[in-house]
Design a protein around this ligand. Structure first.
Ligand code: MLT
Length: 207
């Protein structure tokens, strides 16, 4: 898979961790970089831009309406993203044991779908405001996966029950899942950063 599939930011850090960043609808590859820097000042950053243009708003897969997804497109885009990620890992010599994917909204949904639908190197993920997109009939074995889900109690886009079903799906697949419902809506708040920072620090590394 050509690296040109996704325009992207790659910034080599002095630390061992790599953060893969997937932005929300209407964002771009620069959006989550300040957040990533707050999580780990020394991390290498790999941040692709979503290829779907929805009336000028970039995202990672097509939807028919808010919360109504084109499931064939979810399948295809996440398969292509997994292949792109493998090419980026080879090209930039990324240590996959220290790779954490961080996504917001559509980016979080994309990471979750990629983890559930396609074999890929993402074991560790921070999903900010994720919901269910596609669940395969046969769940993969995600016993090596560690997932942090942060959702908003008053999120008008994502009912908390939907986010809880996604967490339960990860758990059924064997993933170690931590989920928090925060006192907010779809927007990020300071608690997101605090919890994500603490969770990342608690993850095993292979120094
Ligand atoms: C999605 O399309 O993935 C969700 O509705 C979140 C978003 O609006 O980006």
């Amino acid at each position: 898979m050509s690296l040109n599939l996704h325009q992207h930011v790659y910034t080599k850090g002095s630390g061992s961790r790599t953060l893969l960043l997937l932005h929300g609808t209407g964002g771009d590859e620069h959006d989550l970089i300040p957040l990533a820097r707050s999580l780990d000042t020394e991390a290498t950053i790999l941040s692709p831009r979503g290829n779907i243009n929805e009336n000028g708003a970039l995202r990672f897969f097509r939807r028919l309406a808010e919360g109504v997804f084109d499931l064939a497109d979810v399948e295809r885009r996440t398969r292509d993203l997994a292949a792109w990620l493998n090419s980026a890992i080879d090209h930039y010599k990324i240590n996959t044991s220290e790779l954490t994917a961080v996504g917001y909204s559509n980016g979080a949904n994309t990471i979750a779908a990629m983890q559930l639908l396609h074999p890929n190197p993402v074991r560790s993920s921070i999903l900010l405001r994720a919901m269910i997109t596609a669940i395969p009939p046969q769940l993969p074995n995600l016993s090596a996966a560690r997932v942090l889900m942060l959702n908003g109690e008053r999120d008008a886009i994502i009912p908390l029950s939907n986010a809880q079903r996604l967490a339960a799906t990860f758990k059924s697949a064997g993933a170690k899942i931590d989920q928090h419902a925060l006192p907010c809506g779809h927007e990020l708040i300071a608690d997101d950063l605090r919890l994500a920072h603490a969770w990342l620090r608690s993850q095993p590394t292979t120094h």
